[in-house]
Design a protein around this ligand. Structure first.
Ligand code: TXD
Length: 320
């Protein structure tokens, strides 16, 4: 069966890492597009020459002409600037909105049937702009953030409890910013609530367990900035890339995965007309279902606060 054609818009840190993962996993043929002359071509050639060692028979190409993405089945957008120390994701909106305007029009023209995964920050606003300007049905345009944020939450829990990351589920919903909503109630280690394991670790000291969990939540909300401060030259790219490829695989292999996804809500969770991170079933049709569940009072407060932050950003988008 013919492999799908995957177009990566943006051949930077994340785009290049995604290209390598896609090739290694044999997910599909790759075309890397970037505006920097020679960059996508050089990165594609380098990856293509790794094929005999990595053992993939795929077409890997690079282009500075957006016509090169013609006929893509899936488009992944990482085009845009990344944060530097001291910057908030929202500080990127001016530059990245103008880039997204150009990119979205190119996708609409060259890949009108593609499913589009947006990664560029500020994520909730960029995916909104991409969907508006492509005019694609919202189930075909969605964003990656929650899988990454949940991975970070799970990592911090694993390191605190001294258990394998493979046994942890720790969903994070809401906007991809400091107001993101780790769902503590659902955080578990193979079904055992994390809070119960913290109480066990701290000999029943509930206040200590709650303080530790609060610190894990805060670290999750600030995890992107923590990497930016250490790197000084850009933001995280391996964990975002692997998170994106998980979502891509769910679509390309029609896996019906239930994953946190930045999706356009149409009344779900009491929100209409905004892209927010919520549980979704991802399959060949893209966002095939939005999975609503009742939030408790604290979760509802945090979720509403996060939606308000998204709304404030989206309602002030500089580009229509
Ligand atoms: O969870 C998430 N969604 C976030 C996303 C996690 C981490 C990083 N997040 C954001 O992804 C980050 O804040 C940036 O906005 C994007 C891409 O991050 P990356 O680290 O890959 O940035 P780079 O290395 O600067 O790469 C961006 C590339 C670069 O090569 C530019 O030349 C290119 O984008 N670029 C363009 N490509 C195509 N078309 C246009 N117009 C364009 N403008 C710049």
């Amino acid at each position: 069966m013919e492999k799908p054609r995957i177009a990566l818009i943006g051949g930077g840190q994340i785009g290049t890492t995604i290209a390598q993962l896609v090739a290694q996993q044999g997910l599909g043929h790759v075309v890397l597009y970037d505006v920097v002359t020679g960059l996508p071509q050089g990165k594609a050639l380098d990856l293509a020459e790794a094929a005999p060692v990595l053992g993939f028979d795929l077409q890997i190409s690079g282009t500075n002409d957006m016509a090169g993405i013609a006929g893509a089945d899936m488009v992944v957008v990482t085009a845009g600037i990344a944060r530097k120390p001291g910057m908030d994701r929202d500080d990127l909106i001016g530059v990245n909105a103008r880039i997204m305007a150009e990119v979205a029009r190119g996708i609409r023209y060259h890949a009108p049937n593609a499913i589009v995964l947006v990664i560029s920050n500020p994520l909730d606003a960029m995916v909104t702009l991409c969907q508006r300007l492509t005019g694609f049905h919202s189930r075909r345009v969605f964003g990656m953030a929650g899988v990454l944020d949940s991975a970070r939450f799970a990592s911090f829990i694993a390191w605190e409890l001294g258990v394998s990351v493979r046994d942890i589920h720790a969903p994070v919903l809401g906007g991809h910013g400091d107001t993101m909503v780790p769902i503590v109630r659902f955080a578990n280690v193979n079904g055992i609530p994390v809070m119960d394991l913290l109480l066990r670790k701290y000999a029943g000291d509930r206040q200590k367990a709650e303080d530790v969990m609060a610190a894990l939540v805060t670290r999750t909300q600030n995890a992107g900035g923590e990497v930016v401060e250490l790197l000084q030259t850009g933001s995280a790219f391996v964990s975002p890339a692997v998170s994106a490829v998980t979502m891509m695989e769910a679509v390309l292999k029609d896996q019906k995965r239930l994953l946190p996804t930045c999706a356009l809500l149409n009344g779900e969770f009491g929100v209409r007309g905004y892209y927010v991170g919520v549980p979704c079933i991802l399959g060949a049709g893209g966002v095939e279902q939005i999975v609503e569940f009742p939030l408790n009072e604290e979760e509802q407060q945090m979720f509403s606060n996060s939606v308000a932050a998204v709304r404030n950003l989206v309602d002030h988008l500089p580009v229509e």
